[in-house]
Design a protein around this ligand. Sequence first.
Ligand code: AMP
Length: 413
Amino acid sequence: MHFESLNIIEPILKSLKEEGYTIPTPIQVQAIPIVLQGTDLIGCAQTGTGKTAAFAVPILQLLSRNKSFDRKKKIRSLIVTPTRELAIQIEESFKAYGRYTGLTCTVVFGGVNQNPQTRALQNGVDILVATPGRLLDLMNQGFISLKDIEIFVLDEADRMLDMGFIHDVRRLLAVLPQKRQSLFFSATMPPEIVKLAGSIVYKPVKVEVTPSASTVDIVDQFVYFIDRGNKNSLLLELLKDEKIKTALVFTRTKYGADKVVRVLKKKNITAEAIHGNKAQNARQKALSGFKAQTTRVLVATDIAARGIDVDDLEYVINFEIPNISETYVHRIGRTGRAGAKGTAISFCDAEEKEYLRDIEKLITKKIKVVQDHPFPLIDNNPVKPVKQQFNKRTPNRFGSSKNLIPDRRNHNR
Ligand code: AMP
């Protein structure tokens, strides 16, 4: 199937072509016709499935049908998403797909000076992308009115709950016009999310793509059992491999992220951290350096990495195994995007074996264990501290680190 068969108007088709999209992803095939009909929608899909275009394309098309010719534009569509990075990416997508529609879009999020945002709003916009806190703040100050909203999107609803935004969302719902089209997206659908969805959408159609399965099938996954104290050394060893042009490394804590960055920089590997303690401008700078490949390694915590979308990112490294299994799927979903190839590498110490078991249960798949590496797990007793590198073999045995990451062709998938 091609985008043409989804009855998309020419100006949007043209920009999609320029983006290099020819074939719609499964969520796009399902969602675009429903949204175009004006029906409410519940989408069970995560970032990485092409979800943004699944709502942005039909919203742009619907708003183009009856463009507002008021001198001052009114906000006609609102997209609320939990993190700043995701908000910025969604705005970029609207601008890219809508570049020939004449519709305007802007983004507001916290952590930065509000003046450029309020200036953009005062010029008038058709589409607003926002994180909940700054949105409410600017509404309270009178810079934003939601009374003309025709289409409302709540994105990553499960993350909204996790991040404690539920009250903000409820406050928003109270002021949104009753007569509107609502699109509700979430990667998972636990009962409290279903309940939240029920309070937002009206006679919705549910569309679902199986993110766990698709991500899990596309991405090559390996686990290295290792003592905690040797993880830095293994990371440095892996990064000797030049086929890793860029890598997104996940740590559990902000402190841990900064520590890994220091270790890498000491070895002249360009690296930046991205986490909640960093100012928004520093986070954006780190992300753009990584996208431009001037920074080879981006070290991130889960919250900050939510929604990071880097074209051609092939390697995700779990420096620590997440204790929530779904987080693993989100992390590895940063690679293998839209059908591209991806490799996820996890460092697992004795204490984390239990998390690994949970992950394997969730993805219903065994992650391939790389046995032959210089720092095999020796200390199976997690309580006893492990001396750094006490079990290091001579690096010569491996010469260059070429064999450290198994070739995708050489293992059974
Ligand atoms: P999303 O799930 O919206 O974050 O999209 C994931 C990635 O897939 C982004 O890099 C998009 O640019 C890309 N993408 C979305 N739709 C398509 C498509 N139909 N063909 C190719 N790439 C796409």
